[in-house]
Design a protein around this ligand. Structure first.
Ligand code: ADP
Ligand code: MG
Length: 311
């Protein structure tokens, strides 16, 4: 039954929803890891229209590693690899959701769609001058020197770095809005979206990656969602993370969040973009944004767990 007054919930699933830290990342592991979050999302479809976005770090890393180890076929640019991961992860999420919805309620028809999504970036974004986002496999210093792209020394070793420009707009926002208005569950903006530059009416892909939390915030704003939930592998945002004085926060204002961000509590590449994404969304819309564990999706929606950022 179509409930026109249902609120819309956007859930951004972290890369760890599919491959946990320390796991090999087999397909079985990925399906197994998806079951818990997707079970919760299936239950939430009773009360909400749902959009699911997702990360792709480990999956795109594996595709890059494959490319590095094979010279028999031409190498593909990053934007094509992002498109591939939208397909593979979209399929895994969609088929898991199908199973879980069937367990829950055999009688209702559910509609869903995984959408290849492009996200426009600005060709003058300063990020292009300073590629800094590490992607793909780890190399030795010697190997790194021979590679045709910039690398950077990270904690794990040398890795390729790419530009991570800000999302300007989601190309398919109208389609996504129409689909959720028609009660479709939409899986989109995987891996932050396929980054494209607009030239007049034409788009062309660029070798870059867009942060999935910032892309999700942009989508949440553009399709007017009521709750923006970032689901990750920690219970929320903490001050003094991993220090003796660590303190998980249940709620903070966007001003406090910005101040703690500037003080270095939320590092770039992990908690930083989640906080930025949540702050942007609540400032633009005045609606709810929550950062919570993938285990706690339902309770976070109910305001019982996670870190909520309020205006
Ligand atoms: P995702 O794949 O969900 O985007 P990330 O690894 O990018 O996950 O970000 C989540 C990680 O952020 C956590 O696993 C945690 O180790 C790290 N983190 C860094 N600083 C904080 C903080 N202040 N509070 C909570 N987690 C933090
Ligand atoms: Mg992340």
């Amino acid at each position: 039954m179509m409930k026109p007054n249902k609120q819309t919930l956007l859930i951004a699933l972290g890369g760890n929803a599919l491959i946990r830290k320390g796991q090999e990342g087999t397909v079985q592991e990925q399906f197994e890891n998806l079951r818990n979050p997707i079970q919760q999302i299936a239950k939430l479809t009773r009360a909400f229209r749902i959009i699911i976005t997702h990360g792709n770090g480990p999956q795109v890393g594996n595709l890059m590693l494959k490319q590095e180890s094979c010279n028999a076929v031409p190498k593909l640019p990053l934007e094509i690899l992002v498109a591939q991961t939208q397909g593979q992860i979209g399929y895994m999420i969609e088929s898991t959701l199908d199973t879980e919805l069937m367990h829950l309620d055999n009688s209702t028809e559910h509609y869903f769609v995984s959408l290849l999504s492009y996200v426009v970036v600005d060709k003058n974004d300063p990020a292009f001058l300073n590629p800094s986002k590490p992607v793909g496999p780890v190399f030795t210093k010697e190997k790194a020197r021979t590679l045709p792209y910039p690398t950077k020394k990270t904690a794990k070793g040398y890795r390729r770095v790419v530009a991570s420009p800000l999302p300007v707009t989601i190309v398919e926002k109208r389609e996504i809005k129409k689909l959720i208005d028609m009660n479709f569950i939409v899986i989109c903006c995987g891996g932050g979206g396929i980054p494209v530059i607009r030239e007049g009416r034409r788009f062309s892909g660029v070798d870059a990656v867009i942060d999935k939390d910032l892309a999700s915030a942009k989508l949440a704003e553009e399709v007017d969602v009521d709750i923006f939930l970032i689901a990750t592998d920690v219970q929320g945002a903490a001050l003094n993370y991993k220090k003796k004085t660590q303190e998980f926060l249940r709620s903070l204002t966007s001003r406090q969040a910005t101040r703690f961000l500037a003080q270095g509590h939320f590092p770039p590449g992990s908690m930083g973009p989640k906080i930025e994404a949540a702050v942007q969304f609540v400032r633009k819309t005045g609606k709810r944004a929550v950062i919570a564990s993938i285990e706690d999706i339902e309770s976070a929606v109910n305001g019982e767990s996670g870190t909520e950022i309020v205006t």
